[in-house]
Design a protein. Structure first.
Lengths: 278, 359
C-alpha cells in the first residue's frame, strides 16, 4: 500500500516539475539573457555557462526615459489601486449590509462589465477621453484603471464582508461608534486578507496593462509594457539584451509581491468563501 | 438606570408579517426582565427596536421620560450582547474591554482601569486578561463581550440569547457569572431567551411572548404555577403541562383523573381544560382509596435522575415525573392522585378560568 502511494507521489512530483520547468524556461532565458553580452544572448546553442555582466542594466537605467517609465508604472498602478480599493470596500459594504433590492442584478452587471473584452471599449473610451481632454494625463489613466479594477474588487470584498457577522457592526453602533468608525475600525481589520488580495490582483493587472496605456497614454504617461514596444529597436535591429534587462527589472516587483502575499492571493481566489466564520 | 416604556410599539416586516403587535409595557428600572418565548415570537425584534437597530413601524419607546424612538443606537447609551460572541480578534481580553472606554473622554485613566479590573474580577476573566481573544473558546469570548458592555456602565443592557451558542461545558459557568453580575449591578436588564431554565434563574420578572404579543408577565414562580393561558402551561416546564379535556357534568368534573366528582364554584362553561404539571401528579404502586388506576405505557429517564412516565387512564394520556426510586415497568398498573390545588383550569379557548374547585 505504502509503496503504491510512494510510486504515485513520484509520478505526480515529476509531472509537476516538468510543467514548472516548461513554464519557467522562457523566464530563465530572459533573466540569464539580461546578464549576457549582445553576441552571447543570440548564441546557438544557448550559453548556460558565461561570465555575467551588469552592462545591460547600467545601459538600461542610464537611458534618459527609462526611469520615468518605471516611475509611471509605480505611481499609476499604486494610486489607481488605492482609489479602487477604497471605493470597492465601501461599495461592497453597502451591498453586503444594506442589501439594496437589486443587489444581485447590480453584482451581475459589475461582473459582466469585467467580462467585456477590453478591445470592445477602446473606441468609445478613446472618444470620451479625447472629448474631456484626458488623453496622456495621469488623472485620466489612474481613474480608468481604478474603474477597471473596481468590479473584481467589489466581488472579492463582498464575499469577505458577508463572512463578517453584522453583529460586529451592531455592537459597535450600540457602543457609540459612528458608521465610519464601524467601516474602518471594526470591519476593515477583519477583511484585511480580502483587501490585500484585491489589491495585489488588480495591481498586477495594471502593471501588465498595455492596450489602454498605448491608446489613452502618451509620451508622459508611458508605462513599462508600452515602453517595450516603443524602445525595442536600436542600431537597426532588435536590442535583445535591452529587452532582457528591462523584462527582468519589470518582473521583480510582482514577484516580490506575490511571494510576500501568496496566502492572501489564495483566499482571494476563493472570494473569501473559505472563511466559515460567525 | 432607567426604565423602558413601550407605547403601542408595532413592527411589521414587508407590509404583512407582524413581528411585534402593539405592545404597551414598562420594564422597571434596575430589574432583570426575561423575554421568553419560542423562536420567531418577536422577542429579538422587540429587543432590536429597544436598541435602535430596528425602527418600529408605529408606536413610541421611552427611556425614563426621554423619547428615543428615532434616536440612533449610539445616542441611546445602552449595552447589548448578541447570540454570537462579538470580540475584536488580534487584541487581548483587556484591550477588548477597554476599547469603547477609550472613546469616553470623561473617564480618567484611573477610573477606566478600575472598571476593567472590577469587571474582569466579576466575570472570572482575570487569568485571561492578557490573552489574545482569538485563542479563547466561545464561552470565554462571550464573557469578554459581556464584560465590555458592563464596563461601559450603560443605563440599560440588552442580552439577546447570550448563552445559546456556547458549548455545554461553559454554559453553566457563563450562567453563574451572569447571575453574579445581575446581582451586583443595578442596571436595567432585558434578557431574551427561549430557554426557560435560564429565564427562571436570572429573571426578576418574566414576560412570556407569543406571536408578537406578551401573553403574561410576572415573577418566575407565578408564571410557572399559574399560567394565564394554555400556551404558558405548555411552553414552560419540561415537558409542559398535561391538559385534559372535560365536559362538565352538573357543574362537576367527573371521571378520568378524579375518583370523586370535583365541584366547581362557577359553571358557565360547558367544556373545561384541566391543566396539571407532570411533577405534581402523585403516583404510587399500591392501590389506595380515591387513587385511580393507570397503565404505564412508556417510561424514560430524564435529567435530574427522574423518570418520566406516560400513563393511560381510561382514554386519557398524561405524563408524570416520578422519583427514580419508584420502580415501574412498562405495562404495569400504578395508582394516580392529584391535589385540587395543583390544578389549573382553562376555558375551551385556553384562557385561565377564575373558577375554583369547592373543597
Amino acid at each position: 500500500m505504502m509503496r503504491v502511494r510512494g510510486w504515485r507521489k513520484t509520478v505526480y512530483h515529476t509531472a509537476l516539475w516538468l510543467v514548472a520547468l516548461i513554464f519557467f524556461a522562457p523566464i530563465a532565458w530572459i533573466i540569464l539573457g539580461a546578464f549576457k553580452t549582445r553576441s552571447g544572448i543570440l548564441a546557438t546553442p544557448p550559453l548556460l555557462i558565461f561570465t555575467p555582466t551588469l552592462d545591460n542594466f547600467i545601459d538600461l537605467f542610464s537611458r534618459r526615459n527609462i526611469p520615468g517609465y518605471f516611475l509611471n508604472s509605480f505611481v499609476m498602478s499604486l494610486s489607481a489601486m488605492v482609489i479602487a480599493i477604497v471605493v470597492s470596500f465601501m461599495a461592497a459594504y453597502a451591498f453586503s449590509r444594506f442589501k439594496p433590492r437589486i443587489t444581485n442584478f447590480l453584482m451581475f452587471m459589475l461582473l459582466s462589465i469585467r467580462m467585456v473584452p477590453a478591445v470592445a471599449v477602446v473606441v468609445p473610451v478613446y472618444l470620451m477621453y479625447a472629448a474631456i481632454g484626458w488623453k496622456n494625463s495621469y488623472i485620466g489613466l489612474i481613474l480608468f484603471y481604478a474603474m477597471f479594477s473596481i468590479p473584481f474588487s467589489v466581488w472579492i470584498l463582498k464575499g469577505f464582508l458577508d463572512g463578517v457577522s453584522q453583529r460586529y457592526d451592531e455592537t459597535a453602533l450600540v457602543n457609540g461608534g459612528t458608521r465610519w468608525h464601524v467601516l474602518f475600525r471594526v470591519v476593515l481589520p477583519q477583511v484585511a486578507p480580502g483587501l490585500v488580495a484585491a489589491f495585489i490582483f488588480n495591481l498586477i493587472f495594471v502593471w501588465n496593462e498595455f492596450l489602454f496605456n498605448l491608446i489613452l497614454g502618451g509620451r508622459d504617461t508611458t508605462m513599462i509594457p508600452v515602453a517595450f514596444s516603443t524602445d525595442l529597436y536600436s542600431d537597426g535591429g532588435l536590442n535583445w539584451t535591452f529587452i532582457a534587462a528591462m523584462a527582468t527589472a519589470y518582473m521583480i516587483p510582482p514577484i516580490i509581491l506575490v511571494y510576500v502575499f501568496q496566502k492572501y492571493l489564495l483566499v482571494g481566489m476563493t472570494f473569501g468563501t473559505v472563511r466559515g466564520e460567525v | 438606570m432607567a426604565d423602558i416604556r413601550l407605547e403601542g410599539v408595532r413592527k411589521v416586516f414587508g407590509g404583512k408579517v407582524f413581528a411585534v403587535r402593539d405592545l404597551t409595557l414598562t420594564f422597571p428600572s434596575g430589574s432583570v426582565t426575561c423575554l421568553l418565548g419560542p423562536s420567531g415570537c418577536g422577542k429579538t425584534t422587540l429587543m432590536r427596536m429597544i436598541a435602535g437597530l430596528e425602527e418600529p413601524t408605529s408606536g413610541e419607546i421611552y427611556f425614563d421620560n426621554e423619547r428615543v424612538t428615532h434616536l440612533s443606537p449610539s445616542q441611546r447609551h445602552i449595552g447589548m450582547v448578541f447570540q454570537y460572541p462579538v470580540v475584536y480578534r488580534g487584541i487581548s481580553v483587556e484591550e477588548n474591554i477597554a476599547l469603547p472606554l477609550t472613546h469616553d473622554k470623561r473617564l480618567s485613566p484611573a477610573e477606566r482601569r478600575a472598571r476593567i479590573e472590577s469587571v474582569l474580577e466579576t466575570l472570572d476573566l482575570a487569568p485571561y486578561a492578557k490573552r489574545d481573544v482569538s485563542t479563547l473558546d466561545n464561552g470565554t469570548r462571550q464573557k469578554v463581550a459581556v464584560a465590555r458592555e458592563v464596563a461601559r456602565q450603560p443605563r440599560i443592557i440588552l442580552f439577546d440569547e447570550p448563552i445559546t451558542n456556547v458549548d455545554v461545558s461553559s454554559k453553566m459557568q457563563l450562567k453563574r457569572a451572569l447571575k453574579r453580575l445581575v446581582k451586583q449591578h443595578s442596571q436595567t436588564i432585558i434578557y431574551v431567551t427561549h430557554d426557560q431554565t435560564e429565564a427562571m434563574t436570572l429573571a426578576d420578572e418574566i414576560a412570556l411572548m407569543r406571536d408578537g404579543m406578551i401573553v403574561q408577565r410576572g415573577v418566575p414562580s407565578e408564571i410557572y404555577d399559574h399560567p394565564s393561558d394554555r400556551f404558558g402551561g405548555w411552553f414552560l416546564g419540561n415537558p409542559g403541562m398535561n391538559f385534559i379535556d372535560y365536559r362538565l357534568d352538573n357543574g362537576a368534573l367527573v371521571g378520568g383523573l378524579f375518583a370523586q366528582p370535583l365541584r366547581l364554584n362557577q359553571t358557565t362553561e360547558a367544556h373545561i381544560l384541566v391543566g396539571i404539571r407532570p411533577e405534581r401528579l402523585r403516583v404510587q404502586t399500591t392501590p389506595a382509596p380515591n387513587w385511580v388506576p393507570a397503565r404505564v405505557r412508556r417510561s424514560a429517564i430524564v435529567a435530574g435522575g427522574q423518570h418520566l412516565l406516560t400513563l393511560e387512564i381510561d382514554a386519557i394520556t398524561v405524563k408524570a415525573k416520578v422519583p427514580e426510586s419508584l420502580r415501574v415497568e412498562e405495562g404495569e398498573t400504578v395508582y394516580v392522585a392529584c391535589d385540587p390545588d395543583d390544578l389549573t383550569l382553562f376555558d375551551a379557548d385556553g384562557h385561565r378560568l377564575q373558577a375554583r374547585i369547592l373543597a
